[in-house]
Ligand binder design. Structure first.
Ligand code: UDP
Length: 235
């Protein structure tokens, strides 16, 4: 296995699947099966889940919501997704625990890095909900923070494209894919693969980022086997 402990970032939007809103149970099933397969092979998996399928603070504030409250609504949205994911794992007998960055027991235990590592060492998939717990951040930044805190070997960003491209491949047919790219190049080119705060944080602390298409079943296993199907971001 390429990695022993991973932090997997899944966007809320990806949970919409084909239906284009809310939570698609088929997509949940595909994701949890892929993750269970690598967990059963001994990979420790922590997941940070987004909330964009339900609410985003920034778009809320454009509609007149207070930004801090809007961001708190967004963080609660990630908790809804976390519960959906957790129940999908339970349905396929994969041990799972939800930890929340905001105290909201009994929905999940309050997050601490030690708690997360203990649960991972016991073979649980650990879902980290609530982002960083602070407004003005995103779950991308939550992912880089948690990846560092739990000493993950890599932060994996599961997306619906095959990696990082010179431009958005869904809009620009001439876009080329990078097999590897430096943090500085991602920032310099303003590539929107994840927000800059998250990229800088990984850069400053030496956390590798791997971007790949999580929507093709089996791809997560390929990444674990060292197949170069996505883009690796390095120093
Ligand atoms: N959010 C926040 N702080 C965090 C993480 C998330 O305030 O540390 C809020 C923010 O409003 C964000 C929303 O939660 O728009 C949903 O998260 P995100 O946009 O990262 O979800 P994704 O795009 O991954 O679905």
């Amino acid at each position: 296995m390429e990695y022993k402990r991973i932090l997997l970032k899944l966007s809320g939007e990806s949970l919409q699947g084909k239906q284009g809103f809310g939570i698609d149970t088929e997509r949940l099933h595909e994701y949890t099966e892929q993750i269970k397969a690598i967990a059963q092979q001994g990979v420790q998996v922590a997941i940070v889940i987004g909330g964009g399928n339900i609410f985003r603070g920034l778009s809320g504030s454009k509609r007149g919501f207070d930004r801090v409250k809007g961001d708190q609504m967004g963080m609660l949205a990630t908790c809804i997704n976390a519960l959906a994911l957790a129940s999908a794992f339970e349905a396929i007998d994969q041990p799972v625990r939800v930890l929340t960055s905001i105290c909201m027991e009994p929905i999940g235990n309050h997050y601490s890095p030690d708690k997360a590592k203990r649960l991972l060492n016991k073979g649980n998939v650990v879902i980290l909900a609530g982002g960083t717990g602070s407004p003005y951040f995103t779950t991308d930044t939550g992912s880089s923070l948690r990846a560092l805190e739990i000493q993950a070997d890599v932060m994996l960003k599961g997306t619906r494209v095959d990696g990082i491209y010179t431009a958005d491949p869904e809009k620009d047919p001439t876009a080329r894919k990078f097999e590897t790219i430096t943090y500085d190049e991602v920032i310099r080119r303003g590539l929107k693969v994840m927000d800059q705060t998250a990229t800088v944080m990984c850069k400053e602390n030496g956390m590798p980022i791997y971007v790949f298409n999580m929507d093709k079943p089996g791809n997560l296993g390929k990444v674990m086997n060292g197949e170069k199907i996505g883009t690796l971001v390095t120093p």
